[in-house]
Design a protein around this ligand. Structure first.
Ligand code: HEC
Length: 153
């Protein structure tokens, strides 16, 4: 009886995971293409969260471009990734956490991105690599911070 109950629980859990995946994936793709959807982000928390997720994944893609550029000594690619991140870090989706310390983390992130961009312009591979390491740390630091305030709330 107990075993039966357990497997039922597991099946239920799997179903929930599958369902949330099914609902998240298509609407995420829509978020990226549909500008009307974006304007709604301020009113609907669910949609807002999806927009943030899509946004953060774009950030991840740009940082991977930088890494590729570093590995291949392709300064144009490094600069391109850094420029994308710079623009993104000014977007509204980046300033989503309502906490007085959040802008500090965002500023720190922008500084590291500027460092990468400048080093790429000056064709300094080591400088760009160092900037990338600092940027990665700033991603992690901000996420740690965001997690603590989310737990607190
Ligand atoms: C200034 C703060 C800040 C910085 C810096 C930052 N992020 Fe985020 N990131 C966030 C917030 C806020 C969320 C959303 C957390 C949530 O709502 O669960 C997030 C979530 C994410 C997610 C998860 C999205 C999902 O599917 O849930 C990824 C991936 C991500 N960020 C990538 C990055 C990368 C890569 C960097 C560095 C290049 C970075 N972030 C830097 C604030 C930041």
């Amino acid at each position: 009886m107990f075993r039966h109950f357990r497997s039922l629980l597991v099946a239920g859990g799997l179903l929930i995971v599958a369902l949330s995946w099914l609902t998240v994936v298509p609407s995420k793709a829509k978020d990226e293409t549909d500008p009307v959807q974006k304007t709604e982000t301020k009113v609907k928390p669910g949609i807002k969260k999806l927009a943030i997720k899509a946004f953060m994944h774009k950030k991840l893609a740009s940082s991977q471009e930088i890494l590729e550029g570093l590995a291949m000594e392709d300064f144009d690619l490094i600069e391109k990734g850094a420029k994308q991140l710079k623009v993104m870090s000014l977007a509204a989706e980046f300033m989503v956490v309502d906490d007085p310390l959040y802008p500090h983390h965002a500023d720190q992130f922008r500084r590291t991105v500027a460092k990468i961009e400048k080093a790429a312009e000056e064709q300094r591979l080591d400088g760009a690599t160092l900037g990338f390491v600092e940027m990665t740390m700033s991603c992690v630091e901000c996420h740690k911070f965001v997690r603590t305030i989310m737990i607190a709330k």
